[in-house]
Design a protein around this ligand. Structure first.
Ligand SMILES: C[S@@+](CC[C@H](N)C(=O)[O-])C[C@H]1O[C@@H](n2cnc3c(N)ncnc32)[C@H](O)[C@@H]1O
Length: 221
């Protein structure tokens, strides 16, 4: 079953390479069913081997990207956005300015610390954002989700496990819907969407991560 409101021109099961703000400008209003995304956390992340994340050192993209995300999301739809807790004020301001209301907050409980300073930092976090007045899911999921394992970040310096993404996609979309991740990295959201019978649309700026995602989703020519 597909949402009748989504235009037939919306690309499906594709990954685009480039700046998501410009790429989303090519999509029609109200043209995707769900957004699940993991944007840069605005924390100047560097892993042990020196890998960084593009645009993690500036927020020039933040407001325009979420304006586009809100525009392309269908009316009365949901977006789930991970975010960096140290920049929560900037994320919340950008979401509200774009027109989203806050519908929930999700904590992902890790069994290990990503880093340690003032605390042992043992969770990730995302907001559930609403455009308009979406219908609540038939069976709402809990807002604390166990992080099943360290991914090892083999594909990407901040790779998310697909196991935490699948229940979000199942709760907030229907089979055949189009799920957009405009900061798709190695394609974890896209793989999770495909696993649960949704179509996907990914955008990634970094050519190496774009290629990783394409290979992962079997889109190599
Ligand atoms: C936190 S990572 C996503 C990781 C992903 N969830 C995974 O599991 O692989 C954010 C991604 O957004 C990409 N990015 C940053 N700015 C972007 C932009 N303007 N347009 C598209 N992608 C962008 C980065 O290259 C990075 O791969």
């Amino acid at each position: 079953m597909q949402s009748a409101s989504i235009p037939p021109t919306t690309p499906r099961n594709r990954i685009a390479r480039g700046d998501c703000i410009r790429m989303m400008q090519q999509l029609a209003n109200d043209s995707v069913d769900l957004v699940v995304t993991d944007p840069p956390y605005l924390c100047r992340y560097t892993d042990r081997s020196g890998r960084t994340v593009a645009n993690d050192d500036n927020d020039a993209w933040l407001r325009p990207a979420f304006r586009e995300i809100h525009r392309v999301l269908r009316r009365d739809g949901f977006a789930v956005s991970f975010y960096g807790w140290s920049a929560v004020d900037r994320f919340v301001a950008a979401w509200r300015e774009a027109g989203f209301s806050v519908a929930g907050h999700i904590v992902f409980r890790k069994r290990y610390a990503s880093s340690t300073r003032f605390l042992r930092y043992e969770h990730e976090q995302a907001y559930l954002l609403a455009k308009g007045r979406p219908t609540p899911p038939h069976q709402p999921i809990g807002d604390v989700i166990d992080w099943p394992r360290a991914t090892g970040n083999r594909r990407h310096p901040t790779e998310k496990p697909v196991e935490i993404l699948r229940p979000l996609i199942e709760a907030f979309s229907a089979p055949g819907d189009v799920v957009l991740d405009p900061f798709c990295g190695s394609g974890s959201t896209l793989a999770a969407a495909r696993d649960v019978g949704r179509d996907f649309l990914g955008i990634e700026l970094d050519p190496a991560h774009f290629q990783t995602a394409r290979t992962r989703l079997g889109l190599q020519s």
